[in-house]
Design a protein around this ligand. Structure first.
Ligand code: NHR
Ligand code: GAR
Length: 222
């Protein structure tokens, strides 16, 4: 029987390593989602080439071409909707989105943020985590709401902060778990297992196979 897969549109601004991790997951025949298109706000975004190389259609909507955020977001929405997505995935997308854009994709847009929210919302998270002296850091996948980095949390992965860490070494350790966490969260969405319940997200049938992902004890195996 033909199985209908969830259509994802991935929004990027740069490197695209999270796009790459999701792309790799979609190449497994039992993965329940496909990447229908990739949209960037910068023509130079390196992730665009990764998508093209995989035969995925791409669009560029440069924010510099638009007078204000509402008109930019309308153009972005048109580009995204051309791929008829079930799910919009922000993967290193660096533009704050208007409430109207967010409302259009309510319950079907997620973001990966490089901190253990609600700590370190906004930018330069690794630098701020080091400055704060935290021993645990990590990343969060959340549904996107109008309030920046405050949507219901779907999944988090923690890593430890090492004494000798600088921004680069800490960012690299977090990025490794981002690449595990994001394809897992997209899979859960595609399997229809995520339920938003106020501020919280319930995940149907979570098993102990997935729980170790949130533990720094397992870092040595990553
Ligand atoms: N939009 C809404 N409404 N809600 C969220 O939770 C969003 C969002 C847009 C992007 C990703 C986010 C992150 O994970 C994200 C979450 C960009 C900025 C930012 O300040 C902040 C957070 C995030 C992304 N952007 C500047 C701006 O003025 C531009 C910075 C730049 O271009 O380098 O848009 O951290
Ligand atoms: C990732 O670490 C992601 O969590 C972060 O940017 C990086 C993108 O890397 N996102 C943000 O900071 C959003 N403001 P990638 O392009 O290689 O996926």
């Amino acid at each position: 029987m033909a199985v209908v897969k969830t259509r994802c549109v991935i929004l990027i601004s740069g490197r695209g390593s999270n796009l790459s991790a999701i792309l790799k997951a979609t190449q497994s025949p039992d993965y329940p989602a496909v990447i229908a298109g990739v949209v960037a706000n910068r023509a130079e975004a390196a992730g665009l080439q990764l998508a093209r190389d995989a035969g995925i259609p791409v669009s560029v909507v440069p924010n510099g071409d638009y007078a204000d955020r509402p008109s930019y977001d309308l153009a972005l929405q048109t580009a995204v909707d051309a791929y008829a997505p079930n799910l919009v995935v922000l993967a290193g997308f660096m533009r704050i989105l208007t409430p109207a854009f967010v409302a259009h994709y309510a319950g079907r847009m997620m973001n990966i943020h490089p901190s253990l929210l609600p700590a370190f919302t906004g930018l330069r998270t690794h630098e701020r985590a080091l400055d704060a002296g935290v021993r645990l850091h990590g990343c969060t996948v959340h549904f996107v709401t109008a309030e920046l980095d405050h949507g219901p949390i779907i999944a988090q992965a923690a890593v430890s902060v090492h004494d000798g860490d600088d921004v680069a070494s800490l960012a690299a350790r977090v990025l490794k778990v981002e690449h595990q966490l994001y394809p897992m969260a997209v899979r859960w969405f595609a399997e229809g297992r995520l339920h938003i319940d106020g501020a919280r997200v319930r995940v149907d049938g979570i098993t102990h196979d997935t729980l170790p992902l949130i533990s720094p004890v397992l870092e040595s195996f990553l």
